[in-house]
Design a binder for this molecule. Structure first.
Ligand SMILES: [Zn+2]
Length: 161
């Protein structure tokens, strides 16, 4: 089943016509369904998971609750401390399909592409780059990270020979 034929688990529309980013009284209140989906993410397909993540990013759920705020700051700090990880080539290609950010490193040129800082144009640029570098071997000539690696992380990760 392709991504485009799957439905949003919250509004049940096809993902491309998902109604969840529209507000106002004309739209049904889906707050309970939203909570149920978030509490049962294990029920979702991978495409639905990424769809909900995009919605989350759009909604930027916030709360005036003090403990909630503290935990949110703690979570951001933990994520920031989490070391960057080298992705598999298949994971990179899947990320390109879904416009999910990653960082491209070339063995000779260092970090040459960063979706976190380059924005949406990065993915089109990467597709062109990938076609032109078909002879280069993943892991040997280039590789991708799930976020910007530190210099020491790059040095510690050995290239294939
Ligand atoms: Zn929806």
């Amino acid at each position: 089943m392709g991504v485009n034929s799957e439905r949003c688990p919250i509004c049940d529309y096809l993902m491309e016509s998902c109604q969840c980013t529209f507000g106002g009284s004309a739209h049904p209140d889906r707050s309970v369904m939203k909570r149920v989906v978030k509490d049962h993410l294990y029920l979702l397909s991978e495409a639905q998971l990424w769809h909900v993540i995009k919605l989350e990013n759009f909604w930027r759920t916030s709360s005036s609750d003090d403990e909630y705020k503290k935990c949110y700051d703690l979570l951001k700090q933990r994520v920031a401390e989490h070391p960057a990880v080298i992705m598999s080539e298949n994971a990179v290609l899947a990320a390109v399909d879904d416009n999910r950010p990653f960082v491209l490193e070339h063995r000779r040129f260092g970090i040459v592409g960063n979706a976190y800082t380059a924005g949406p144009d990065f993915f089109n640029w990467f597709r062109g780059w990938y076609i032109n570098h078909g002879d280069d071997k993943y892991g040997k000539d280039w590789r991708c990270w799930d976020k910007e690696p530190t210099d020491s992380q790059r040095e510690a990760a050995k290239w294939e020979s």
